[in-house]
Design a protein around this ligand. Structure first.
Ligand code: ATP
Ligand code: LTN
Length: 333
């Protein structure tokens, strides 16, 4: 039986993924590669919707790829590739631009947020059409499932609307993809500000555990995590966000339930809690960091793996694009 297709994407916008990206998204992508024919794309065309330093972009693209492979994305099972290697993304995006209403695109809340932060004159037209390029990323691969965080729900709705519109005007061309929204319970919070999600755009780097951090750095960050003064080890997100975040991280990393972990620590203090969490996180991340470093030490091999992913992706992307061009009435060479 052939497996259904799955596609997801990540921006190469930082030198390291953080623990939130890893526990909230990447570990689930790793699990899903057995049940789906998975396509995982590093979206460099999306990255340039805001200004990028060229040498950092090049480095971050390879570093992102290395961390995904090190964390368990298997390039022999799934296609891991770079968006700009597949011309069809930009080509289909143009077609979809021409069936998207201006008002429809103007309603995207992520654009409103991002453009407000940078000021209207600093926002590019590329940032405005970002969700339409994302729709192209998805629709080229005919996926049934698209695993994303809650913040991407609106972009997935737009993608479904565009696919439905194209299919009804020109005949069945695209699979209508389902958003597979990653669990809220997998959400990891900032260690210094435990009511805010852990995010690479955080104010204070101490709040963020990075996959590429050395063990001593990880331990130090966890040991200086903000807690509270009542001294009780108990899971309660409202009353005890800092302690609950640490318990949540432990449970997500080890698979042990919150109840069993908290009862094992009864009578002990926050020092013991932090030591247990730091040890578990280091044990989980250290092999990933070392493997990523190994991969990065051989960029030619890494580029070969990405080229192999692109070759697999290009086949289906070209097939879909060619069908789209035919249906539109383009004269074919
Ligand atoms: P930003 O700086 O824009 O907030 P980010 O670091 O939060 O970015 P994204 O690139 O938006 O990360 O997200 C990549 C993936 O990681 C998404 O699927 C998202 O849901 C997941 N993710 C990001 N942060 C967390 C978090 N703190 N907890 C759980 N999952 C997260
Ligand atoms: N916008 C997404 C990244 C992204 C994506 C995609 C996710 C680009 N193209 C296609 C899923 C499918 C983000 O910021 N997380």
């Amino acid at each position: 039986m052939t497996k259904p297709n799955l596609l997801s994407g990540m921006q190469p916008s930082a030198a390291s993924l953080h623990l939130g990206n890893y526990l909230g998204a990447l570990t689930q992508w790793v699990k899903m590669q057995d049940d789906f024919n998975a396509y995982y794309v590093i979206v460099d065309l999306h990255a340039i919707t805001v200004s990028q330093d060229p040498s950092e972009l090049r480095q971050n693209t390879r570093r992102t790829a290395a961390q995904y492979i090190a964390a368990g994305i298997d390039p022999s099972k799934s296609a891991l590739f770079v968006q700009s290697h597949i011309p069809a993304h930009a080509q289909l995006a143009w077609v979809l631009n021409c069936i998207t209403g201006f008002g429809e695109a103007s309603r995207m809340t992520q654009f409103k947020d991002k453009s407000q932060k940078g000021g209207a004159d600093n926002s590019s037209v590329g940032l405005f059409t970002y969700p339409i390029l994302q729709a192209a990323d998805i629709l080229l691969y005919q996926p049934k499932a698209v695993p994303v965080g809650e913040d991407q729900r609106q972009h997935l709705e737009l993608t479904r609307d565009l696919a439905t519109r194209f299919n009804s005007r020109f005949g069945k061309t695209f699979e209508i993809p389902e958003a597979h929204i990653l669990k809220e319970t997998a959400k990891i919070y900032d260690l210094q500000e435990p009511t805010a999600k852990m995010s690479k755009s955080a104010q204070d780097p101490k709040g963020l555990v990075n996959l590429m951090d050395e063990p001593s750095v990880i331990a130090k960050k966890i040991k200086s995590a903000v807690t509270d003064t009542d001294g009780e080890i108990r899971f309660d997100r409202e009353a005890k966000p800092g302690v609950s975040n640490l318990i949540g991280i432990y449970s997500a990393v080890t698979g042990e339930s919150v109840e069993s972990f908290t009862s094992s620590l009864q009578g002990q203090g926050y020092g013991a809690l932090k030591t247990a969490v730091a040890d578990a996180v280091v044990a989980e991340l250290d092999p990933i960091r070392l493997r990523a470093q190994e991969l990065l030490a051989d960029p030619a091999e890494l580029d070969r793996l990405l080229a192999q992913g692109a070759a697999k992706a290009n086949q289906i992307a070209e097939r879909t694009l060619s069908d789209v061009y035919d249906k539109l009435g383009f004269v074919r060479p």
